[in-house]
Design a protein around this ligand. Structure first.
Ligand code: GAL
Length: 344
């Protein structure tokens, strides 16, 4: 009788273990290694590639000093459906923490459901989900940068330069003719960067005339095309180019190189990010300035949070805003301080 009972109990234990692993459930606090699953919106994005490289470096560093870590990275190629499938695949592969850079920041529900069903926490990064979605489950976190800062800083940098160099107003009409190169249609970061840069310039007393605005999806080649169209329409009238990121500012600069306009018709260019190419362009005086998007800080925060979530330890030592958000500050970069940011 005793043997029968023992056998029945053993079967129950084995079945429930099988059931739990078949569902990919993770027992909190029991993990002995970190398996991070990363998916990001598009591998053609320069800033994100650099951020992910920094994240891998941080994980390597942790692995050397602390525990075993594996990382699997997927490119969603601009498709939310693809990203949803990738999250499922990453969970099935045994990832015990997910880092998700959403394709569509307003459409994370399927990913959240999958993660909650399997009890795998998510660190959203760089593209912030809307606040209501972050309330869907308490295993959701966000790591990014203060969205209102870069536009304000870009506006301040441009205003300082315009105040100090009367040559920027080439036609001497007391007004700066400008164009905008914007990230993505409807993207919160892009909209805020544009609005804050323009508002700041106006608040600083600069009279502005907007000639055009082109959407270039954070992309250098697209920005070059948009800018070529603007040049053909406005010729040498453009005095200032405000780009939502460095890649687009550099694309705009390339468009001028391709055009038949002389050096003296060049406007001033401002970017955001401080990517390797962006910093070099500031050092070479091709971009007037950029605003540093602290990828190292974001990568470190993501790595530390991943470890804390997997091992269920140290979460109380992490400083969150609004309970589950980590924001890193931006920094202004001009020729004088670009050396502090360049890696030699
Ligand atoms: C921004 C960054 C852009 C682009 C975008 C993607 O923070 O400045 O260059 O990477 O994220 O969402």
């Amino acid at each position: 009788m005793k043997a029968k009972k023992f056998f029945a109990a053993a079967v129950i234990v084995i079945l429930s273990t099988l059931f739990i692993s078949a569902c990919g459930k993770h027992e909190p606090g029991r993990a002995d290694k970190i398996h991070v699953g990363v998916t990001y919106y598009n591998q053609s994005d320069t800033f994100l590639n650099q951020l992910i490289d920094c994240f891998k470096e941080q994980l390597d560093l942790m692995e050397k000093t602390s525990f075993e870590i594996t990382v699997t990275i997927r490119d969603a190629s601009g498709s939310q459906r693809t990203q949803d499938d990738q999250v499922k695949e990453l969970i099935d592969a045994g990832c015990n923490v997910l880092c998700v850079n959403l394709v569509d920041r307003a459409d994370p529900s399927e990913i959240i459901d999958l993660a909650r069903d399997h009890n795998v926490p998510i660190i959203f990064f760089n593209r912030e989900p809307v606040a209501e979605d972050m309330l869907q489950w308490d295993g959701l976190y966000y790591v990014g940068a203060y969205a209102e800062q870069p536009g304000v800083m870009q506006g301040e940098l441009a205003a300082d330069l315009i105040h100090s160099d009367s040559g920027i107003d080439r036609n001497k009409d007391g007004t700066i003719q400008y164009v905008i190169l914007e990230g993505e249609p409807g993207h919160q970061d892009a909209i805020m960067r544009t609005e804050n840069a323009v508002d700041t310039l106006k608040n600083k007393g600069i009279k502005l005339e907007k000639l055009s605005c082109g959407i270039a999806n954070w992309n250098r080649a697209q920005a070059q095309n948009r800018m070529l169209q603007m040049i053909s329409q406005y010729q040498d009238k453009i005095e200032l180019v405000l780009a939502n990121n460095d890649d687009m500012a550099l694309g705009a600069l390339e468009a001028y190189k391709k055009s038949n306009l002389s050096e003296s018709a060049l406007p001033v260019f401002f970017g955001i990010d401080g990517t390797d190419v962006g910093l070099k362009a500031v050092a070479d005086k091709k971009l007037s300035a950029t605003v540093y998007n602290d990828k190292e800080g974001q990568a470190q925060a993501m790595a530390e949070l991943s470890a804390a979530l997997v091992f269920q330890e140290g979460l109380d030592q992490i400083e969150f805003e609004k309970g589950r958000y980590i924001y890193l500050p931006y920094t202004k970069v001009i020729k004088d301080n670009v050396g502090d940011f360049l890696k030699y």
